[in-house]
Design a protein around this ligand. Structure first.
Ligand code: BEZ
Ligand code: FE
Length: 295
């Protein structure tokens, strides 16, 4: 086909894709072309605007390295990450809802026993967290691997700080024989997603703030179950309705209760006010998994 115009070019490109051998690849590229051409018809960009878009994507790529992933941040702040998450996690009753992984999970984290302090020596309100891990619609899961990470009282993750010589606000624990877990840490605080790059420019251009409401990250893995990637958000946080990455779900917003001085549930004497959080997680069984693997 030649002599193409704005009305015929989309079909010409689609025809050129008709021999793509991998059917999934064909579906994906055809849909991409249809939506991309539809987007261009919708906004009718000038050449200068199209060049601005190409520069933006180029700078987004150039900002990426082994520590910074600006494309994921772009996907997060446009709600695309949470849409992919929603499509892939249609959860059964009793399963905890999921949310974004975020860029601050790292492989290097200490294995800790139940009752450990994830943030020894750090400033911030003391927080005691406890709960259980169960199979959705089934029993408790012993030995579930629970990865934890969160921001500190200044709104930074340990990996963003240069004044720490060991992981902090981070660790891996396991549920006990009765599926229970508990640990100490400091109260997480809201923080901005990285906004010193192209994604920050886009946020400012659209009059959006970069903040995420305070949360704890959990990644919980157990045999025969989908690994759960989620957060627990602090009830009452000012940013719950405007999370920069659209990650909040009502079922994940929970009270981080103030407690009077006294004795914590694990027997720790608490001379000052402290906070407590309780949450019971449900993991989705993998399709076709025998019930004995579902606890
Ligand atoms: C986070 O919660 O750690 C996070 C998620 C998405 C983008 C930036 C940070
Ligand atoms: Fe986070």
């Amino acid at each position: 086909m030649s002599d193409l115009n704005e009305h015929t070019i989309t079909d010409a490109v689609l025809a050129r894709l008709a021999h793509t051998p991998d059917p999934r690849m064909r579906t994906v590229v055809e849909s991409l072309v249809r939506h991309l051409h539809g987007f261009i018809r919708d906004i009718e960009p000038t050449f200068a605007e199209w060049q601005t878009a190409i520069d933006f994507l180029t700078r987004t790529g150039q900002m990426c390295d082994d520590k910074r992933q600006e494309f994921i941040l772009l996907s997060d702040t446009l709600g695309a990450s949470m849409l992919v998450d929603a499509i892939n996690h249609r959860m059964p009753a009793g399963a905890t809802e999921t949310t974004v992984l975020g860029p601050f999970f790292v492989e290097e984290r200490p294995e800790l026993p139940n009752g450990a302090d994830l943030s020894p020596g750090r400033d911030g309100e003391r927080l005691f967290v406890r709960g259980t891990v169960s199979s959705a619609g089934g029993g408790r899961i012993a030995g579930a691997q629970i990865d934890l990470w969160h921001s500190d009282s200044d709104g930074y993750y340990d990996v963003q700080r240069h004044d720490l010589d060991a992981p902090s606000g981070r660790g891996r624990i396991r549920s006990d024989e009765e599926g229970r877990f508990w640990f100490w840490t400091t109260q997480p605080t809201p923080y901005p997603v990285p906004h010193d790059g192209p994604v920050g420019e886009l946020l400012r251009a659209t009059q959006r703030h970069p903040y995420r409401p305070a949360h704890l990250h959990f990644m919980i893995a157990a045999p025969g179950h989908e690994t759960l990637v989620t957060h627990l958000f602090v009830e009452g946080d000012a940013y719950l309705d405007s999370d920069a990455v659209f990650g909040v779900k009502d079922s994940l917003v929970v009270p981080f209760k103030y407690e009077h001085p006294g004795t914590a549930p694990d027997g720790t004497p608490m001379p000052a006010r402290w906070r407590s959080l309780t949450y019971d997680f449900g993991l989705k069984p993998l399709a076709g998994t025998a019930p004995e693997h579902r606890a």
